[in-house]
Design a protein around this ligand. Structure first.
Ligand code: SF4
Ligand code: SF4
Length: 323
């Protein structure tokens, strides 16, 4: 197990300084931790019992701040964002201000009432969809996400394809892979080819591209590692595979992450770790001077090795070609 500031040390060796943010182009907004699933790898331990939900006032404050900050992208995540009240109003307001909107779905929440019209709503206004599918086979997906989730996810993908997602220009459908065992993702491009071939042959499904994401040592995934006595081994895997080429591409450099209560973080993983920050003296998005967002030091920890191992990892997939 590396000592507490070993990631910061590695960064300093490479950059001559610790990690600092650049221009902010993305607000990543976690609208709440409620979810219809309880996946083994969930870094937030989301589930149906979680009652942390972003309220309408916070959503509307984000709409104003995103416009003032001039961010290109608003990336909406959860939990299952479909299940959060006022979410459609939030998305419409962001869309009206011209942001690129990314919406992360687990592919099953929108199969149930009252969320069934969600894919249609998203397609009508051209929101990008990022959908979790940890494997193209049932056994691995169900093992990670729960019994029956694979078949439901395929049903969800067919709904999205039926609306043109992954097929029509302007309706991209990005799939997300993450390993179902404590290993690093294989090369993203190779995996994408396998996903395309197998999902097409077995289910007639099309999608735009694949994001491969490393499981972070936190939340339920860490619980599992500890239960199996594999925490130390996994941390060694991450640190042994530290790739300096990933450093300037780390997603925290260009984004601010906002929690359900408006608190500010460098990324969704730091949010799960409770590592909130202040930006220009503001601890909540409501109070931030969005027209003058200063550069800030990034809070790091051992878990950051999850972003810098191998090809690197982010909410947008691998960071560099295979080392
Ligand atoms: S990983 Fe996603 S779908 Fe699974 S419990 Fe967490 S938020 Fe829900
Ligand atoms: S965990 Fe967050 S802060 Fe750490 S390197 Fe990854 S994106 Fe940056």
């Amino acid at each position: 197990m590396p000592n507490e500031d070993s990631f910061a040390k590695r960064i300093r060796e490479i950059r001559g300084s610790t990690l600092e943010s650049g221009d902010v182009h993305t607000f990543q907004v976690n609208v709440g931790l409620i979810c219809n699933q309880e996946c083994h790898h969930c870094h937030h331990r989301a589930g149906s019992e979680r009652d942390e939900l972003m309220d309408r006032d916070t959503m509307m404050a984000i709409v104003v701040k995103a416009k003032e900050a001039g961010v290109k992208t608003v990336d909406i995540t959860g939990g299952a964002p479909e299940m959060v009240p006022h979410i459609k109003e939030f998305i419409l307001a962001l869309k009206n201000n011209g942001h690129r909107i990314m919406f992360r779905t687990n592919l099953t929440a929108f199969l149930d009432e009252p969320y069934r019209d969600f894919p249609h709503f998203l397609s009508e206004i051209g929101v990008e969809v990022i959908a979790s599918l940890p494997c193209y086979y049932k056994e691995e997906t169900d093992c990670l996400r729960g019994d029956g989730v694979f078949h439901k996810s395929i049903e969800g993908l067919k709904v999205l394809n039926g609306l043109g997602y992954g097929i029509k220009k302007g309706l991209p459908l990005h799939l997300v892979y993450n390993p179902y065992e404590p290993f690093l993702p294989p090369p993203q491009q190779d995996l994408e080819k396998d996903y395309k071939r197998i999902l097409r042959e077995n289910h007639g499904i099309e999608f735009t591209d694949l994001y491969s994401i490393t499981n972070m040592p936190m939340g339920r995934f860490l619980d599992d590692l500890r239960e199996k006595g594999l925490e130390e081994e996994y941390m060694k895997l991450l640190t042994d595979n530290f790739n300096p080429d990933t450093v300037e591409a780390l997603m925290c450099l260009g984004q601010i992450n906002i929690g359900w209560d408006g608190k500010l973080y460098d990324c969704d993983f730091n949010q799960a770790m409770g590592m909130d920050i202040s930006i220009g003296g503001a601890k909540n998005i409501v109070d931030i001077d969005a027209e003058n967002i200063p550069k800030r030091p990034i809070l790091t920890g051992d878990h950051c090795f999850g972003c810098s191992a191998g090809s690197g990892s982010s909410c947008g997939g691998a960071l560099v070609d295979k080392e």
